[in-house]
Design a protein around this ligand. Structure first.
Ligand code: PAF
Length: 282
């Protein structure tokens, strides 16, 4: 696997692949990779001739009070996992490679979409995500890019950005990967102490409860969200940020549960904020 740290190296390698007529997939990550990321790489390898993963903890998507400095990092482990899953190149830039000290250009969806759900407590987050993903798209110019459904709002926002900025890139959403006991895989799970790790199961339990109620025909978003909220509320270590039902494309709140509705939540365990979700099936 090639390790590239500069934009120039990535561009030269992708150009060489393009000359051979090969297709290129991009898996953007912030490193500290787990099986969720591995599933994105597997999907990319199955759909593209060459796969590039980026490994970059993007400062612009963290607010000053968030965990940028403590965000877990382990590049050697990341390389081993990527190599094992058939990734061809990892792009591992320094912050200075992607952001000039006076960088002042951002990509932002100027609608309510990034202000819903996670945007309520992380108002600048999606501006940073769109900016870095847009830069990665410009650097790698992939045919396809792969994102996890766990970050459902991020996925919807990136789909919209790609559509509205006319990127000729196909966005592939990949299913949530869970631990054996149901907890969605996340690099931030590593912050949980044993009691919090146990308590964090309320997220996947709430997902299962919501899915069951939807399958049984519950159409009231208030009732379904209420039942999930009550379940999480019974766990003393959990502090709910939000549990919401929104349109799966626009992220606008909905009153009625029907196919395509996204039911998403964010819950704190002390300072650790975890997310989970499901989309109502047809
Ligand atoms: O989902 C993530 O890990 C990040 O938000 C992304 C898409 C790699 C951008 O930094």
């Amino acid at each position: 696997m090639i390790i590239a740290t500069t934009i120039q190296e990535v561009r030269a390698q992708v150009a060489a692949w393009r000359k051979e007529g090969l297709t290129v997939g991009l898996v953007p990550t912030m490193g500290y990779l787990h099986e969720g990321h591995a599933s994105l790489v597997d999907r990319a390898v199955s759909m593209c001739d060459r796969v590039v993963a980026s490994d970059f903890v993007n400062p612009t998507q963290f607010a000053p009070n968030e965990d940028l400095d403590s965000y877990p990092r382990d590049f050697d482990h990341d390389c081993a996992l990527l190599e094992e899953h058939g990734c061809h190149m990892v792009f591992y830039p320094a912050v200075s490679e992607l952001y000039a000290p006076d960088a002042a250009t951002y990509v932002e969806i100027q609608s309510d979409m990034p202000k819903q759900l996670c945007g309520k407590t992380r108002p600048t987050h999606f501006k940073g995500v769109c900016t870095v993903v847009s830069k990665l798209f410009n650097i790698v110019q992939p045919d396809k890019a792969f994102f996890g459904q766990k970050d459902a709002q991020q996925l919807a926002i990136i789909r919209r950005m790609v559509r509205e900025l006319s990127y000729g890139i196909e966005i592939i959403g990949c299913p949530i990967v869970r631990e054996a006991d149901g907890l969605a895989k996340s690099s931030r799970n590593t912050y949980l102490n044993p009691d919090q790790r146990k308590a964090a199961l309320v997220l996947s339990q709430a997902v299962a409860l919501g899915q069951r109620l939807a399958a049984e025909g519950e159409t009231s978003a208030a009732k379904l969200v209420g039942a999930m909220t009550d379940h999480i509320g019974r766990e003393p270590l959990a502090r709910i940020d939000y549990v919401s039902a929104v349109d799966g494309v626009t992220m606008e709140p909905v009153d009625t549960i029907k196919p395509g509705v996204l039911v998403a939540m964010a819950v704190y365990f002390d300072k650790t904020r975890l997310i989970d979700n499901f989309t109502v099936e047809g």
